[in-house]
Write a protein that binds this ligand. Structure first.
Ligand SMILES: C[S@@+](CC[C@H](N)C(=O)[O-])C[C@H]1O[C@@H](n2cnc3c(N)ncnc32)[C@H](O)[C@@H]1O
Length: 213
């Protein structure tokens, strides 16, 4: 399944997305060519705007891939603010390091190599903003850790809550069934936390935003 928006509307709105950073454009092409999932442009713009509005001092990203979203976060951070980002794929780590270095934002992006399920429980300081974008099988556990690590008033930003449209579909292809089930269960949990004010938006592949109360 493709975009949730009608193709004509999507194409119309694309005209207003004026990304011109050659590195980000190169990363978008690389991700497409190598089938590496990164945030859609509309989701990335929403993420950047939120970071810009909230001015977080400490951001945690779970799932770096090639550092596309890390760079988009970092370029909106104020002086002395940082994004800690975690990635487990060795190939992606190599590419992420290369891109972070090219971006000139290496003083704002701290990359942890390894499984977030092992690294996150060892983090001791809290975060103002957390972006969850790892394997869907890990979402529930990483969400639980995120709720502990998120400061009061902090923002949790989660990608893929429509899961290519299959979270809402009546018939789901066999190879998407178990992940669609995981996302459906996750959405129930995400939107029913007593201390998290949430919304799920039909932006990109479905973006969940929660504010910890
Ligand atoms: C959807 S991609 C991240 C895209 C990136 N946030 C962006 O928008 O540019 C998910 C990445 O998370 C990594 N990943 C998945 N589960 C992980 C885990 N438990 N710990 C660390 N990395 C993980 C995958 O290897 C993959 O590179």
């Amino acid at each position: 399944m493709s975009s949730i928006l009608l193709a004509s509307q999507f194409k119309y709105l694309e005209k207003f997305r004026n990304e011109s950073d050659p590195l980000l454009l190169e990363m978008e092409s690389f991700a497409k060519e190598k089938s590496i999932p990164i945030l859609s442009r509309d989701s990335a713009e929403l993420l950047e705007l939120l970071v810009n509005i909230c001015s977080p001092k400490r951001v945690l990203e779970l799932g770096t891939a090639i550092a596309y979203s890390s760079i988009r976060i970092a370029r909106n951070l104020k002086k002395k603010s940082v994004v800690h980002t975690i990635e487990k794929s060795e190939d992606n780590i190599v590419k992420a390091k290369e891109n972070i270095s090219k971006s000139g934002l290496h003083d704002k992006i701290i990359l942890y190599a390894g499984n977030a399920l092992e690294i996150v429980p060892r983090l001791d300081k809290k975060y103002d903003f957390i972006f969850l974008d790892a394997d869907k099988n890990d979402y529930k556990k990483l969400f639980d850790y995120s709720m502990i690590l998120l400061k009061k008033g902090g923002i949790l930003f989660v990608d893929n809550l429509l899961w290519h449209g299959y979270a809402a579909a009546k018939t789901v292809p066999k190879n998407y069934r178990s992940s669609a089930k995981i996302i459906r269960e996750f959405n129930e949990i995400f939107s029913s936390q007593p201390n998290l004010k949430t919304t799920i938006l039909s932006v990109g592949d479905g973006i969940g935003i929660g504010v910890k109360e």
